[in-house]
Ligand binder design. Sequence first.
Ligand SMILES: NC(=O)c1ccc[n+]([C@@H]2O[C@H](COP(=O)([O-])OP(=O)(O)OC[C@H]3O[C@@H](n4cnc5c(N)ncnc54)[C@H](O)[C@@H]3O)[C@@H](O)[C@H]2O)c1
Length: 355
Amino acid sequence: MKSIAFGVCGVGRFGTQHCRYFSEDRNKYELVAICDLDPARLSTVTAKFGGKSYTDFAEFLANPEMELAIIATRSLDHARNAEQALAAGKTVLLEKPIGLTANDYQLLRQLDQQYPGKLYFCHNHRFEPAFGNAREIIAQGLLGQLQVVKLCKHHDFMRRNDWQMRLDCGGGQLSVWGPHLLDQGLQLLDAPVREVWSYLRRVLTPGDGDDHVKISLVGENDVVVELEISNSVALAGPYCTIYGDRGTLLYGQEQKTIHLKYLDPQFGWPDAVADSGPAAGKSMCADRNLPWIEETRDVTPDTDMWAHVEIAIANHLHDAMRGGIPFPIRNAEALEVVRITEIVKKQNSQFHWLQ
Ligand SMILES: NC(=O)c1ccc[n+]([C@@H]2O[C@H](COP(=O)([O-])OP(=O)(O)OC[C@H]3O[C@@H](n4cnc5c(N)ncnc54)[C@H](O)[C@@H]3O)[C@@H](O)[C@H]2O)c1
């Protein structure tokens, strides 16, 4: 089977990772073109990974060999860059945030219709090993019916000072980590969103972007998803906490072990009633000795999370492009992330969002 000839536009911090990980299996992918506005960066990256180099996006897109264009430019250009690449006949893998404005959202919806099977979205943190393990535990029913999901990305006191903290460049944590947490939260919610509440703040960043994000989603199934992204937590809390009606699961920011406490699957609740008489002298609790099972499980595979999510997205994209296997990140799911982001922006008009 012919390997996929690919190119990367934007070889900064993350585009370089795409060059590296997509090039690892030469049977699947071959890097043929790299584009960046910065000639020095371009020559460093092409010297390392190969491929023809371009400083002009239109010339890059005119490369006849390239089948797949990975777009890892600045966030505010993503949707328009995807439009240009699709118009040039390329398949596109688009970095998050896939869109930054209401216009981007409309454009992406239109492109999705216009170019079926050609546009893929890079919500790569769907493939975090701990997240995958947690979903398996939920599917086994150990937690019972889910009630509350909390996902918190805590960055300690990180006074991030690059363009990703400037709103005029498409920064702010709603755009930086927001797409990843919203994608994971929506997967766990597993129902249409009925309500969105949010409050965003700028606490420590030297830029004007949001560096503390709080979003609550309520699903049609009454499950509540609470998301928090913060650069201003000195004592980081757990990354993920899930309450079900038979147990609780949690794992930390390092995502190496999952702590579980759940009721013995054989246990059924005995009947109980709440007494309306005086409380004094009586037990407050119908069941004092519950048959708990408590475990700490190692996350598997035990691997570098960043490498793992990149390799997973490369493999899934290859399966989709060459094997016709549906890509696990459905476009409607990624577009829902942008729709909710737009609601959050409207609820937080104290920020000067890009229009
Ligand atoms: N999926 C993930 O896990 C993940 C992680 C980090 C970053 N990202 C996303 O990747 C994107 C890039 O982030 P980064 O940290 O690598 O930023 P960066 O500033 O390090 O890199 C961006 C690069 O794009 C180049 N560029 C900009 N416009 C261009 C154009 N028109 N033509 C050619 N090159 C152009 C710049 O010169 C720069 O080298 C962001 O949108 C970010 O949200 C995704």
